[in-house]
Ligand binder design. Structure first.
Ligand code: EPU
Length: 336
């Protein structure tokens, strides 16, 4: 276990703002975490558990304890003719896990290639891309309760997954720490190529394989999203709004090219990136912050942005979308 004081978080969150934590603690096992939760350091100070920091906006220094998992196993629990059940430590870099699956020819997560962050957070955020959500492959989530140090195991159903949602972000926010996730991946995968231009983009390859899907998804992401090594961002800053079908039908009259995805009979999801784009925000800057010039859903730290620059830009965008379309868009990013 490593404990650091007055520790810079700049490398631990993807916006790369110059903020620090009063304490930063990294633990390597569930036992270590349970012991840590009994210490005065943790009991007497505010606590923030981070993963890859890819969904956070630090608005100031964190005057408490920032925890990070270094539980990094990938273990086979069960295997049969059709599938493999794997336990993956919360601190495993998500894309390392995807790469591991693709190398072993196990399908289910290839569409989620290159999503930043770690396995533990995947089960909290229900990360998703190109028609797949991680809930589709999650079987169980292992956690420790912060207040008691007690271990629990939750089934997928108990986690109440929805679009970018889980019980860990709502009723149980802050109550549990994910230590590992149990995923089931397929030996004879059924490819999911329904999203956007994925199938078309794959047509250059002779045959469709997990490796080709992974390469295509990586190329698609790289062409739209900023390079995390060069430009700070938190991926999608906003969630895609879900609106009533009646409102969508009214908007469609005026904006017939508005993309949309049916959620159910009553509701329709609309891409926030399209709404922001059509309000004229592409590439616009505010202080050091900017709207990414290839995907308006992403706000970037263009040149030494402050959290204030980013928050003000976000608010201006929200107001503009509300005024134009009467749609409220809400951040996916957590403000700390
Ligand atoms: N669009 C525009 N202008 C823009 C951005 C998008 O017109 O600036 C249009 C696109 O042309 C397309 C539609 O909006 O018709 C949707 O765009 P895209 O396929 O890029 O997906 P998205 O809905 O904007 C979501 C996820 C992404 C994920 C992609 C691909 C959310 C909040 N975001 O974005 O996730 O990679 O789908 O599946 O659901 C992330 O969470 O950080 C992230 C990048």
């Amino acid at each position: 276990m490593t404990i650091r004081e007055n520790y810079s978080l700049q490398a631990h969150h993807t916006f790369h703002l110059p903020v620090s934590a009063r304490w930063y603690v990294e633990y390597g096992s569930t036992e270590e975490l349970k012991n840590l939760l009994q210490t005065d350091l943790v009991k007497q100070h505010p606590l923030l558990h981070i993963g890859g920091g890819s969904n956070l906006l630090f608005t100031k220094d964190y005057e408490g304890v920032v925890l990070h998992s270094a539980i990094r196993h990938i273990e086979i629990l069960e295997e049969d003719e059709d599938s493999v059940q794997l336990s993956v430590g919360a601190g495993v870099v998500w894309d390392d896990f995807v790469s591991h699956c693709v190398e072993n020819n196990w399908g289910g997560v290839e569409n989620l290639s290159l999503i930043p962050g770690e396995a533990g957070a995947s089960a909290v955020q229900n990360i998703g891309a190109y028609g797949v959500e991680v809930k589709d492959v999650i079987e169980r989530v292992n956690v420790v309760e912060v207040s008691t140090g007690q271990e629990y195991q939750f089934t997928r159903a108990e986690c109440r997954y929805g679009y970018r949602e889980s019980i860990f972000k709502k009723e149980w926010k802050g109550r549990f720490i994910v230590t590992s996730v149990v995923y089931r991946v397929q030996k004879n995968p059924v490819f999911n190529l329904t999203y956007g231009h994925l199938e078309e983009a794959l047509s250059g390859y002779g045959e469709i394989t997990l490796k080709n899907i992974r390469e295509t998804v990586i190329a698609m992401r790289n062409s739209k999203l900023p390079d995390p090594d060069k430009t700070g961002s938190a991926g999608s800053f906003f969630m895609n709004p879900v609106i009533a079908r009646s409102q969508y039908d009214r908007l469609k009259e005026k904006y017939p090219d508005m993309p949309h995805y049916p959620v159910d009979g009553e509701q329709v999801k609309v891409p926030a990136g399209w709404l922001i784009d059509r309000c004229g925000w592409k590439g616009r800057e505010h202080g050091g912050a900017a709207v990414h010039d290839k995907q308006c859903l992403v706000l970037v730290n263009k040149r030494q942005a402050t959290a204030k620059d980013i928050m003000e830009l976000a608010e201006m965008i929200q107001n503009s979308v509300k005024e134009t379309y009467d749609i409220a868009i809400v951040p996916e990013v957590n403000f700390i």
